[in-house]
Design a protein around this ligand. Structure first.
Ligand SMILES: Cc1cc2nc3c(=O)[nH]c(=O)nc-3n(C[C@H](O)[C@H](O)[C@H](O)COP(=O)(O)OP(=O)(O)OC[C@H]3O[C@@H](n4cnc5c(N)ncnc54)[C@H](O)[C@@H]3O)c2cc1C
Length: 295
């Protein structure tokens, strides 16, 4: 199914990213939160795919159920970690049968406890190879790939990382979704450099609203994302979860407002199975109706 319709000029696409919960309680909590988030009629909802293949089935189960309950198009993330090409094909076949419209095609991180990505025998090495597999054999899927405003941590230079991103786009990716970032200048620079390199697909900013200081420090370190000094200082003013939530939401509102004002093709919220922060941000921005972009 085509992704292009969400990214027509003047339109602001909206998507949410979930992860597969480990317990039945976590799963019910996820659906309750997605129900709340439906207030903003997202264009599609995605679910991550765990390293080492540990949540393969769960990912498909979650996206199928989200699609069934909320009648919203869904995307399954898919990584090449731990799978042969035949296993990737099998997953794609099952996803197609389940009615999944889009695939977020990724290399993936090494399994927990390992520091270096090691390709599986009979498997793939880079995300661009997965994009090629999908385009050749499952052409009906819309394909999204990851982009890194602050450069992927394994890349020798920003230029090389961009060349590698271009390979994914040339292989047929429709949309780039960025790693989380907290300084819009990083996104704007990245978007301009993508354009200079001839990467012309929509570059959708990924937004992770901060809801706790320890959590964001861990995630930012994991993703190689910089936390601006001004943000860290403000968060550290009080050692209090409610304060961190407020500061995080305020920052995300300011950040998202800045992105919409300058013009972005869409917003991808890393909602992490929780709705309150994203709802606060979207309600605030809807009230403002920035630049004619309606949320
Ligand atoms: C939006 C988004 C969603 C994500 N979802 C998940 C998820 O569901 N599950 C999960 O485990 N992880 C997920 N990740 C994390 C991601 O898997 C890691 O960042 C991983 O380290 C790189 O994946 P990639 O698809 O960007 O890899 P690639 O695009 O393959 O890049 C990996 C590294 O190799 C280099 N490279 C790429 N292609 C080539 C090539 N052909 N030749 C030489 N070098 C090359 C790149 O510059 C980069 O340094 C997500 C990230 C983002 C931004």
């Amino acid at each position: 199914m085509s992704l292009a319709k969400y990214f027509e000029p003047g339109r602001l696409a909206l998507s949410y990213e979930l992860f597969p919960p480990k317990t039945a309680k976590g799963e019910e909590n996820l659906y309750a939160n997605v129900q709340q988030l439906m207030e903003f009629s997202p264009d599609f909802v995605t679910c991550t795919y765990g390293a080492g293949g540990s949540t393969q089935d769960k990912t498909l189960e979650i996206v199928s159920e989200v699609q069934r309950r909320f009648e919203v198009p869904v995307a399954s993330h898919l990584t090449v970690v731990g799978s042969t090409v035949d296993q990737l094909r099998e997953y794609l076949r099952r996803a197609q049968l389940a009615g999944v419209a889009y695939i977020v095609a990724l290399r993936g991180d090494p399994p927990q406890g390992e520091t270096e990505f090691v390709p599986t025998a009979g498997g793939l090495r880079y995300a661009n190879e997965l994009v090629t597999l999908i385009r050749d054999e499952f052409p009906d899927f819309g394909v999204l790939v990851a982009g890194y405003p602050e450069t992927h941590r394994e890349a020798p230079s920003p230029e090389t990382d961009l060349e590698n991103l271009k390979m994914k786009v040339d292989a047929g990716a429709d949309v780039v979704v960025t790693q989380l970032f907290y300084d819009n200048e990083d996104y704007f620079r990245f978007r301009d450099r993508c354009l200079e390199r001839g990467i012309e697909v929509p570059i959708v900013p990924g937004i992770l609203p901060i809801t706790s200081l320890p959590q964001v420090e861990r995630i930012a370190a994991l993703c190689g994302s910089r936390l601006p000094q001004r943000l860290v200082e403000r968060l550290r003013e009080r050692d209090d979860a409610a304060w961190h939530f407020e500061v995080g939401v305020e920052w995300a509102i300011e950040q998202t407002r800045g992105l919409i004002e300058v013009g972005v093709p869409g917003l991808h919220f890393y909602v992490l199975n929780q709705s309150p922060a994203t709802l606060r941000i979207l309600r605030e921005l809807r009230a403002e109706t920035i630049r004619g972009s309606s949320i």
